[in-house]
Design a protein. Structure first.
Length: 165
């Protein structure tokens, strides 16, 4: 799982100063909820259960394979990608990639959040919350969601302002 080790990059999002962005990945990038598994809990082999100390989830071969193939590069290229607001209340954001999985085109959704480090100046945390293939394409809300540039997202979050008012 070393492809999901945290890493950092530096960027000036238009503040006149360089920020360090630390990228971390949640277990949702390579697992799914026990509730969504088609098997009864007693039928899931113990070696397929992932426990991060806060929750138990089931290892997901497809999510794992996609994370190995795409996720780190997507995180590194957020400054050039189309990003939409997934949920203004949280707030969290999503970027989509069209990937060829099993011979059919699918939308690989990467959900993330950004927050300012409260202990170190000029450092931000970017947490990849989840990444998976969308089962039935974009929802109406996802298709019409407001766009935001990565630089704007970093700058606004660093300044303690909300995205989109």
């Amino acid at each position: 799982m070393n492809h999901l080790d945290p890493f950092a990059f530096r960027i000036d999002p238009g503040l006149g100063t360089v920020l360090t962005v630390v990228v971390v990945f949640s277990c949702h990038c390579f697992s799914h909820s026990i509730r969504r598994d088609t098997r009864a809990l007693c039928d899931i082999p113990r070696h397929e259960i992932y426990d991060d100390g806060r929750e138990q989830r089931v290892l997901d071969a497809q999510r794992y394979a996609l994370s190995r193939q795409f996720l780190r590069a997507i995180a590194q290229s957020l400054h050039t990608r189309r990003i939409t607001i997934a949920d203004r209340r949280q707030p969290n954001f999503v970027t989509l990639d069209t990937v060829n999985a099993d011979g059919s085109l699918s939308q690989y959704a990467v959900f993330f959040e950004i927050e300012k480090d409260r202990q170190r100046k000029r450092r931000m945390f970017l947490r990849i919350q989840s990444a998976y293939l969308l089962d039935s394409g974009l929802t109406k809300r996802q298709a019409t969601a407001a766009k935001v540039r990565f630089d704007t997202l970093l700058r606004t979050t660093y300044q303690g302002r909300k995205i989109g008012g």
